[in-house]
Design a protein around this ligand. Structure first.
Ligand SMILES: Nc1nc2c(ncn2[C@@H]2O[C@H](COP(=O)(O)OP(=O)(O)O)[C@@H](O)[C@H]2O)c(=O)[nH]1
Ligand SMILES: [Mg+2]
Length: 366
């Protein structure tokens, strides 16, 4: 190490080891093109992102989404700058949410419906909301194979659910991704709910039209299906209406329509009805699209469309504030140390819940 050849020229002759800076022989760059790409990828300017998205450059769009999904503080600033720039070009799409129990055929439907839409001249972006993906590692693998044809279509863009983080985090990332896709010229956005639980409500809060995929046969399903989810839907689609199941699907359609008749409609001025389709055999796709178009026409004329978008934006603001406050509360050092102690006191009956909470808030605000 003391070999003079390895010492930089600015090091004095009589310098001790402590002073010395070592020189490590540089590695030969064997592929300048590759290294240039690497540097570019790492340090794309906000302008480059914006231009690329506006041109519909899918690689840049994908990178911008990665930026938006990053939890790193330094990425957040640039992501917000990009979104700010593209915002005037966002919003011009029909946003459709697709929900249903696992196995109902959501991914297959998206493959078939998305391909149909591309065929008739649309550009389709497919996103997924999966708040559980941080635990399960995501269900993307299965989805990719279900969407093989669509994934190869030049007019389609498929993005798996952002992994990790809270429901609030997934919520923000998906909403911002929708804006980026719209600015890149995608005029139909399909959002699939993957995780079970709260993802239906989250997706409903970011789309114009909400589609519930259901199955026939199982009378239990009709019973077990949460009325609450049916009340979120703008249409029910009985999928797998093919082969021997076709007849049963027609019967189920009548049953569902009878139930829907008594439920609160999800959208003012629109009555939610049941339809049949076969995603696997590409039947009913055109009919479904006509229903969506009629829905958009009616709600735009009545003002319900823009009312919903506005209230969704306001709800997003509130959700982010709640998320921020909750995170900063539970990460506050005083709360971290005092919460378990006060909880214990309450459990033992030494303190009332209200007193404990007030004390915690006092510590938080101090
Ligand atoms: N017969 C029939 N099978 C279907 C149809 N749609 C989906 N499936 C099958 O149902 C299974 C689950 O579909 P998938 O799209 O992964 O459901 P997801 O979990 O809701 O996304 C797969 O084996 C599909 O091939 C359909 O219209 N008809
Ligand atoms: Mg799926």
């Amino acid at each position: 190490m003391n070999d003079k050849k390895h010492r930089p020229e600015w090091v004095p002759e009589n310098a001790t080891d402590g002073f010395t800076t070592e020189i490590v022989k540089g590695k030969e760059q064997n592929s300048p093109a590759r290294s240039r790409k690497f540097v570019k990828k790492k340090e794309r300017s906000t302008e480059e992102y914006v231009q690329g998205i506006r041109k519909g450059d899918r690689a840049i769009l994908a990178q911008a989404i990665t930026l938006v999904e990053s939890n790193a503080k330094r990425h957040e600033e640039q992501a917000q700058a990009v979104i700010n720039e593209i915002l005037p070009h966002a919003g011009n799409s029909i946003r459709i949410g697709i929900t249903g129990v696992p196995g109902a055929g959501k991914s297959t439907f998206i493959e078939s419906f998305g391909s149909y839409l591309c065929e008739v001249g649309h550009r389709v972006a497919v996103l997924a909301v999966d708040p559980s993906s941080s635990i399960t590692g995501g269900s993307i693998l299965g989805d990719k194979t279900r969407m093989e044809t669509l994934a190869r279509n030049r007019n389609a863009f498929i993005r798996p659910s952002p992994s990790g983080g809270t429901l609030g985090g997934v919520n923000r990332k998906t909403r911002e991704t929708i804006l980026l896709c719209e600015a890149a010229g995608f005029d139909v956005i399909l959002v699939e709910t993957i995780g079970v639980g709260q993802s239906e409500v989250v997706v409903r809060s970011m789309v114009d039209f909400f589609l519930l995929l259901v199955l026939t046969g199982a009378g239990d399903e009709l019973q077990g299906l949460k009325k609450g989810i049916m009340e979120l839907a703008d249409a029910l689609l009985i999928n797998k209406a093919d082969g021997e199941n076709k007849q049963r699907a027609m019967v189920a359609r009548g049953e569902y329509n009878r139930i829907l008749h008594y439920l609160q409609p999800a959208t003012k001025g629109w009555s939610t009805k049941a339809y049949t389709a076969s995603a696997l055999y590409h039947e009913g796709m055109e009919e479904m699209w006509k229903i969506v178009l009629r829905f958009i026409e009616i709600t735009k004329a009545s003002g319900v469309f823009s009312e919903r978008r506005n209230s969704q934006t306001k709800a997003w603001i509130n959700a982010m504030i709640n998320d921020y406050l909750e995170t900063s509360f539970y990460n506050h050092p005083a709360i971290k140390s005092q919460l378990p102690i006060l909880e214990n006191k309450v459990v033992k009956g030494d303190l009332t819940v209200t007193t404990a909470v007030k004390e915690l808030i006092r510590l938080f605000e101090a």
